[in-house]
Design a protein around this ligand. Structure first.
Ligand SMILES: O=C(O)CCC(=O)C(=O)O
Length: 289
């Protein structure tokens, strides 16, 4: 993104937040969004949910170019929310959050995917048993990460924002702390963490908080044990020369009507003109307020 009219902070994280990210593989920025931004997004997601469910067969439903990649009664996973609502577009292009993603990628980014989850407690949840998680990764320490200025970077990054409050029983995202840097079979790390659950960290945060992590970190949806519905929105970002996730390229019509200064972010048009940018741990966060 070399267009100067798209201003975003660099670096976006304070040294303490950057240190947390390096050590654990993630950082939660509480109240990254205002109450107004959060409630506008939640309304947009509830509208999208209603429209998708009202449109017939959830497996084939497509509303404003969004579809459901999982559609159990207690768990809806939305794929490609980018084009579905201006509030969602504003989230995915939010200067501060894009700045956070750029810091972890180590240069300017393109949007690689846009997703959301609305879920409630699974009907078969046994709240007296230790939780089991669907741990997974999107990249690996050997192919998807590197060190520069002594800081950890990852080429596949997510900003995941909870639009509903997440207490300890509300199913916040879980991850295996530090797994972003540890090589070897993922299964072995998962077994180790299951033997010592203190290695599994969970997001507990007010609505409007953003979890930033690289996809080499082993992570999963948390287990909802309460009566609350959870809603999260997710932006995935990569260096500009990478591709969008399968089926997540924005439509030509959508790119056409995107404001010029945001087109490279949405379409990846800068491709191999990737602008690298690195901080040091000591660099203070840029305050754009
Ligand atoms: O539902 C969640 O909290 C986790 C989402 C996830 O696994 C992902 O975005 O890769």
């Amino acid at each position: 993104m070399t267009d100067d009219s798209f201003k975003r902070p660099f670096p976006a994280l304070t040294p303490a937040q950057r240190y947390h990210l390096d050590v654990y593989g993630y950082v939660v920025v509480e109240n990254a969004l205002s109450e107004g931004e959060t409630s506008r997004l939640l309304e947009a997601m509830q509208r999208l949910k209603r429209d998708l469910l009202a449109s017939g067969d959830p497996a084939s439903a497509r509303v404003r170019n969004c579809s459901l990649s999982a559609h159990k009664p207690h768990h809806l996973h939305f794929a490609h929310i980018l084009e579905a609502d201006p509030a969602l577009f504003d989230y995915l292009t939010h200067p501060r959050l894009v700045g956070m993603a750029e810091e972890l990628v180590g240069g300017d980014v393109r949007l690689e995917e846009s997703e959301a989850v609305i879920n409630t407690r699974a009907p078969d949840t046994d709240v007296s048993a230790p939780p089991r998680y669907g741990f997974h990764v999107g990249t690996w320490p050997d192919v998807g990460t590197y060190t520069s200025n002594d800081l950890y970077h990852c080429t596949f990054v997510k900003t995941l924002t909870n639009l509903t409050e997440l207490g300890p029983d509300d199913g916040g995202t879980v991850c295996i702390a530090g797994s972003h840097k540890v090589g070897g079979p993922r299964e072995t790390i998962i077994e180790a963490a299951q033997a010592d659950p203190s290695l599994i960290h969970q997001v507990i945060a007010p609505a409007g908080s953003t979890l930033l992590f690289g996809e080499a970190l082993i992570h999963a949806t948390g287990q909802i044990r309460s009566e609350r519905e959870r809603c999260i929105v997710i932006g995935g970002y990569t260096p500009t020369m990478f591709q969008a996730w399968n089926g997540q390229e924005p439509s030509a019509e959508f790119v056409e009507q995107t404001p010029d200064h945001l087109k490279p972010l949405i379409s990846g048009s800068h491709k191999w003109r990737w602008q690298q940018r690195r901080r040091t741990l000591a660099t203070p966060a840029e305050d754009m307020s």
